[in-house]
Design a protein around this ligand. Structure first.
Ligand SMILES: Cc1cc2nc3c(=O)[nH]c(=O)nc-3n(C[C@H](O)[C@H](O)[C@H](O)COP(=O)(O)OP(=O)(O)OC[C@H]3O[C@@H](n4cnc5c(N)ncnc54)[C@H](O)[C@@H]3O)c2cc1C
Length: 397
């Protein structure tokens, strides 16, 4: 094998699909069971995908494999300040787009990427990499069941707690955001109308993302301080639903949480490097960002696509795909871009957390100003679509 990808989530799956037609022999090692397209009601773990992500997924033949009933396009996005009157509303028509983004279940996206895996990819499910080490010029991975695999290029797509990153000795200090998130599915009294909504409260942002289906199910990501989450989690269902409806300012009428409430910690991290000789990190293994702008996997898909493009570039110049120059170019193209996004997100978080009167005034005036200025709004909408710079070109015959 030429390439071993540890982790077959969205980032690892994207890289495997993007390495079609390279002539490289690729092995994916993933701890999760074999991916399968979900059926029935939409699952709450979803991602808001940008137009850039949608286009890259189309290029690798994964987008067309997503059943229409598992994808929810959103043509509008409403962002407002819980402490005042500031509000910004974006719509797709103003930037000549069909949609501002798409909500897709994480599980469905992995299943689509799995279905799109090319013939040069061997995918092992339900296997966990236990020991990872460099042996001469190759990386060696030993699985829980004792199997041993070797390859000159090892890619860590194994998420926030990446073993590959640890084995390579790449520092990635974890930052506590001071937030946890209550996540799950919510039934709404009023139809979501294909609009993604986010209300910024001093304690953190509350996002209601439209889910596919009858139009009255939304995915909740309610980021807030841990003690506030503890208080809410202790409430009986009716009282929790009331608190949630109030926190969303009744934008969708009465809300009713479906199933068991779940709280997840929100940490961020950024690996100091994405590469070592014969090794690269992509997706959450390289960076974990606050979910407030729904950017995490959009960055991860771009990492995978850029890495694939640099590997193809090296091959076309007669070099091995894992040549230092290819890996270093990948790092140069992605590290700074992701660092900028991490800084921007922590700036947005701090701005909305600031509780002084002057901050509230500045925030609300700023939002009203942005909402009235069509060119500024269009620029922000284009940013949300990921329409900046050229997308990597992925070879698929
Ligand atoms: C509440 C919340 C909401 C979010 N919303 C959005 C959004 O709207 N838009 C967006 O772009 N992003 C969003 N994100 C971020 C997004 O979910 C992550 O960026 C994304 O899941 C990362 O994908 P990944 O493939 O890099 O890693 P993961 O999804 O963590 O996948 C890692 C894979 O590696 C495998 N693995 C791990 N260890 C091993 C091992 N030792 N051996 C073998 N396999 C292993 C796992 O089985 C898994 O399949 C959100 C995150 C959160 C927490």
């Amino acid at each position: 094998m030429d390439v071993m990808i540890v982790g077959g989530g969205m980032a690892g799956g994207m890289l495997a699909a993007a390495l079609a037609d390279t002539g490289l022999r690729v092995r994916v090692l993933d701890a999760a069971p074999e991916p399968a397209m979900p059926e029935g009601p939409a699952r709450p773990r979803v991602s808001a995908l940008t137009e850039a992500s949608q286009r890259m997924l189309s290029q690798v033949d994964a987008w067309a494999r997503l059943p229409a009933e598992r994808v929810q396009a959103y043509a509008r996005m409403q962002v407002w300040d819980g402490d005042g009157t500031g509000e910004v509303e974006f719509d797709a028509a103003s930037v000549q787009a069909q949609a501002l983004g798409w909500i897709v279940e994480n599980e469905a996206l992995v299943a689509a990427l799995y279905a799109a895996r090319p013939a040069n990819v061997v995918w092992h499910s339900s296997v966990r990499a236990r020991d990872i080490r460099r042996q001469g010029e190759v990386w060696q991975v030993t699985l829980d069941d004792g199997q041993v695999f070797r390859a000159p290029l090892l890619v860590g797509a194994d998420g926030a707690r990446s073993r590959v990153r640890d084995a390579a000795g790449i520092p990635a200090p974890v930052q506590d955001t001071g937030h946890v998130a209550i996540v799950g599915s919510v039934r709404s009294e009023h139809a979501h109308g294909a609009c993604a909504r986010q209300r910024f409260l001093t304690s953190g942002p509350l996002a209601l993302l439209p889910l596919p289906g009858d139009g009255d199910d939304v995915s909740l990501v309610w980021s807030l301080w841990p003690h506030e989450a503890e208080r809410l989690m202790a409430l009986p269902p009716e009282a929790f639903d009331l608190a949630l409806s109030q926190a969303s300012a009744g934008c969708l009428g009465a809300l009713s949480f479906q199933g068991a409430r779940q709280v997840i910690p929100i940490h961020t991290l950024h690996a100091s490097d994405y590469v070592r000789p014969g090794l690269a990190l992509v997706g959450d293994a390289a960076h974990v960002v606050h979910p407030l702008a729904g950017q995490g996997i959009n960055l991860g898909l771009l990492d995978a696509a850029v890495l694939a493009e640099e590997m193809q570039r090296a091959l076309s110049r007669g070099l091995p795909a894992w040549h230092d120059s290819a890996l270093n170019r990948y790092q140069r193209r992605r590290w700074g871009h992701n660092a900028l996004m991490i800084r921007a997100l922590s700036g947005i978080k701090a701005l909305f957390e600031a509780n002084g009167l002057e901050w509230r005034w500045a925030r609300n005036t700023g939002m009203r100003w942005v909402n009235r200025l069509a060119p500024v709004k269009q620029m922000l909408a284009r940013e949300a679509l990921g329409r900046k710079g050229d997308l990597p070109r992925l070879a698929r015959k």
